[in-house]
Design a protein around this ligand. Structure first.
Ligand code: ZN
Ligand code: ZN
Length: 490
């Protein structure tokens, strides 16, 4: 038995807490105390720190983030000269260079680099640069030659790919990694998650089409990681998912693209491209087929949908299966960015949940930002509607979509309390719920994770300040993280 005392515990159970100590045995919380207990065991003085349930990120691409963080970040890059400097200094993985976080609209030249420009730096190494949102990428000629052997690329190839070809190219880069590199990427992601106070992260495994990729390898190695991975079989291959023993199917399988790439599907055209409505990546028959099969097999289903037209397409079939055969599966809308009141009502009626990223609002919903540019001001008010969703009874889990934004729960909590549309802001308590108790609900783990209660897993984060009383939540220092009662170094 271990007793942690002299702390201020926030159990996130919805009730006011004056607990100052907790006892842990065999990885679980045994009991909480209001004063320092006197019982046998090892005692640990927490020196007045704040203890919250370990954070849960409900949406990450850990393999990508893990690989890319071993490569080159292009965040804050100002021009193509600086980009080439960073690339030249990059560390290779095998004979590949992985680069991420490019925002071409922030470059002086206002464009992506060309394949030719990359060839000058790397004539015989495969180079991949992903746009910040992951929906476009740039590669060099060396990579293109090898990919062409599997899938012909267009003749007018200049290096940049979007839509389906973006996925083909990225999947080629990822699928050629060996097992050791894959596990190393997950080690890296887990270490990164801990650093920001997480004890559990949801992660997408699969190519988004037909392959589960390294799903079984990861599942067989889950015990080696200091954080708990909740796995998504991210593909349309139901048979393979069932065979692998998956509990859920999907992830960032795409109903549409992104706002930044003008590929998110909208009911009204883009504000800056009046002919463009974005596009639905699959027709109704495709979704009806796969969603009804997954539902009948008892699998939770998850889909990436950004624009209102895509969300409404998926909701139609979620609603249908729930009406015909109501089950507690909690099908997920990932991102769920642009919604109407009617859609939110439908989500609530059918117990559809959402995995959302409050940082998207912080980064893109501001005056003159991406949302206003592509959606206009009025529609921007209908993005990331945390308050309306919550008040309508829709359960939302918070997340980062890491590698897209930093896997930083406190930054997400901070963003959720100060949304650009103040009507959609949450209280600090509600915002913490997104990354604890509500997040646990998304994976059917609400009786095990996300709260500090007797019988629950002893997963907690030790904070220097109380986020419920702070006006700078994102900068609160994380002092330690405990997973199943064990302390991990950050
Ligand atoms: Zn994603
Ligand atoms: Zn996505």
């Amino acid at each position: 038995m271990r007793v942690f005392y002299n702390c201020r515990i926030e159990p996130m159970t919805g009730q006011k807490s004056d607990y100052t100590a907790l006892a842990v045995d065999d990885g679980k919380i045994v009991v909480l105390f209001r004063t320092k207990p006197s019982m046998g065991g090892e005692y640990k003085d927490m020196r007045g720190a704040y203890i919250f349930p370990g954070f849960i990120d409900t949406h990450t691409h850990s393999i990508s983030g893990g690989i890319y963080s071993l490569g080159v970040s292009l965040e804050g890059c100002r021009n193509l000269w600086e980009l080439s400097e960073r690339l030249s200094a990059g560390k290779l993985m095998g004979n590949k260079l992985f680069c991420w976080h490019l925002d071409e609209t922030e470059l002086l030249e206002q464009r992506f680099p060309t394949a030719e420009e990359l060839d000058r730096i790397y004539p015989e190494t495969a180079v991949l640069i992903r746009r910040v949102d992951g929906h476009s990428c740039v590669i060099n000629s060396y990579a293109a030659e090898q990919i062409t052997a599997i899938q012909p690329l267009p003749a007018d190839f200049n290096g940049t790919f979007r839509g389906r070809l973006n996925d083909v190219v990225v999947n080629w880069f990822h699928s050629s990694l060996d097992e050791e590199s894959i596990l190393k990427a997950y080690d890296r992601a887990a270490a990164h998650a801990l650093k920001y106070g997480h004890t559990t992260i949801h992660t997408m495994v699969g190519d988004g089409y037909n392959s589960l990729e390294h799903y079984s390898l990861l599942e067989a190695n889950l015990d080696r990681f200091p954080v708990e991975y909740i796995l998504y079989a991210q593909c349309f291959n139901l048979e393979a998912a069932l065979e692998a023993g998956a509990k859920r199917l999907g992830g960032c399988i795409l109903a549409d693209g992104s706002f930044g790439s003008h590929t998110a599907a909208l009911f009204e055209p883009y504000a800056d491209q009046p002919e463009n409505y974005g596009r639905l990546y699959h027709d109704d028959a495709h979704w009806q087929n796969i969603i009804s099969k997954a539902h009948a097999a008892g699998l939770q289903f998850a889909v990436h949908c950004i624009g209102d037209r895509a969300i409404s397409q998926i909701l139609k079939f979620y609603g249908e299966v729930q009406e015909q055969d109501p089950q507690d599966l909690r099908h997920i809308l990932i991102h769920n960015e642009l919604t109407s009141d009617e859609m939110i009502g439908k989500m609530s009626r059918h117990n559809i949940v959402a995995a959302m990223q409050p940082m998207f609002d912080r980064l893109w919903a501001g005056e003159g930002g991406l949302y206003q540019r592509v959606l206009g001001k009025e529609r921007t008010l209908r993005t990331n509607r945390l308050r309306t969703l919550r008040d309508s009874g829709v359960i939302i889990g918070g997340g980062s979509d890491w590698y897209v934004t930093e896997m930083d729960a406190l930054a997400g909590i901070d963003a959720a309390t100060r949304m650009h549309n103040p009507l959609e802001s949450l209280t600090a308590y509600e915002a913490v719920e997104l990354y604890t108790s509500k997040a646990a609900y998304l994976s059917h783990d609400e009786n095990r994770l996300g709260q500090l209660k007797a019988g629950y897993q002893a997963d907690f984060v030790v904070l220097a300040e109380n986020p419920l009383e702070s006006n700078n939540i994102k900068d609160i220092r994380i002092k330690a993280v405990y997973k199943r009662g064990e302390r991990f170094n950050l």
